[in-house]
Design a protein around this ligand. Structure first.
Ligand code: ZN
Length: 284
């Protein structure tokens, strides 16, 4: 009888340990799921804010600092189209896929990166530079309420992203894209203050005059994304095309090979932003 009780107790203890282990494993996997859901929500919120800001930009049309320049940029029949493909909000898992596609077509582009400090993101930044693309700054935090809260906050964020790019790639970066563009309606501080600061740092900022719309709605198909670009690039001698290489922009990745083929079929020159670009992409 005593032995039976002992066996029962041993059996009971073993079953308890197994149950506790199983519970532990399921708690761990739930935590991971929660974490990844949290990341998805953050990335969705970022996209929404960006889309709202971009829509405001499109509606206002206030980026036309110089209408003569805008008119001069209208393409004639014989003009060779210059197209600058730009990708914002990376690096992410999609950055490498985009770099692979660009490599397949021997095309160089521009990546406006944010302050991601994990190893994979740093490796992507290095790859951007090593493969001859242009790396630009898109703020460190990409948090509108923070970077645009004051000139001091903007400068601190700017220094952080410029240093990260330098420490990671060795490139002294002089290209900037404002989150939401230079005429976003989110900033309560006059954007001219930040532009003046960039000037003192010899940094040129770039907006865009063509967008594939990947931040406007997830409803766009890959064909829509391509059409959004193709219908506009034919209008301009020089187009700066806004796209995103964030983790949830798979359709932008999928659309890229056809977009490049279509641009090349039109005889367009696809170029990375450089000191010779001479056009900041102000919305027309
Ligand atoms: Zn952005």
């Amino acid at each position: 009888m005593k032995m039976a009780i002992v066996y029962f107790l041993i059996f009971y203890i073993i079953v308890s340990i197994v149950a506790i282990a199983l519970l532990g494993i399921s708690v761990f996997s739930l935590q991971r799921e929660l974490k990844s859901l949290g990341q998805k929500v953050t990335s969705l919120e970022t996209s929404k804010a960006e889309a709202a800001a971009q829509e405001a930009d499109m509606d206002s049309g206030t980026l036309v600092a110089d209408t003569k320049t805008a008119e001069e940029n209208l393409a004639g029949e014989d003009d060779i189209l210059k197209v600058y493909l730009t990708f914002d909000d990376g690096p992410s898992t999609n950055t490498d896929k985009i770099l692979d596609i660009l490599d397949d077509y021997g095309v160089k582009a521009t990546f406006f990166v944010t302050g991601k400090t994990d190893d994979a993101s740093k490796a992507a930044m290095k790859r951007i530079v090593d493969e001859g693309h242009t790396i630009g700054m898109h703020s460190f935090s990409h948090d509108y309420s923070q970077i645009y809260s004051s000139e001091a906050a903007f400068e601190a964020d700017f220094t952080q992203i410029q240093n990260l790019i330098y420490d990671t790639t060795g490139v002294d970066c002089f290209y900037y894209r404002f989150p939401g563009g230079s005429s976003n309606k989110v900033s309560n501080t006059d954007m001219a203050e930040f532009i003046r600061f960039l000037n003192t740092q010899n940094v040129t900022y770039y907006d865009w005059n063509v967008a594939n719309g990947d931040a406007t709605t997830q409803a766009y198909t890959t064909d829509d994304l391509i059409e959004n670009v193709m219908s506009d690039v034919v209008k301009y001698k020089t187009s700066v095309v806004l796209m995103h290489d964030a983790a949830d922009k798979e359709k932008t990745v999928e659309s890229l090979p056809t977009l490049i083929q279509d641009l090349q079929a039109k005889g367009a020159l696809i170029l990375p932003i450089s000191k010779d670009t001479g056009f900041q992409g102000g919305l027309l």
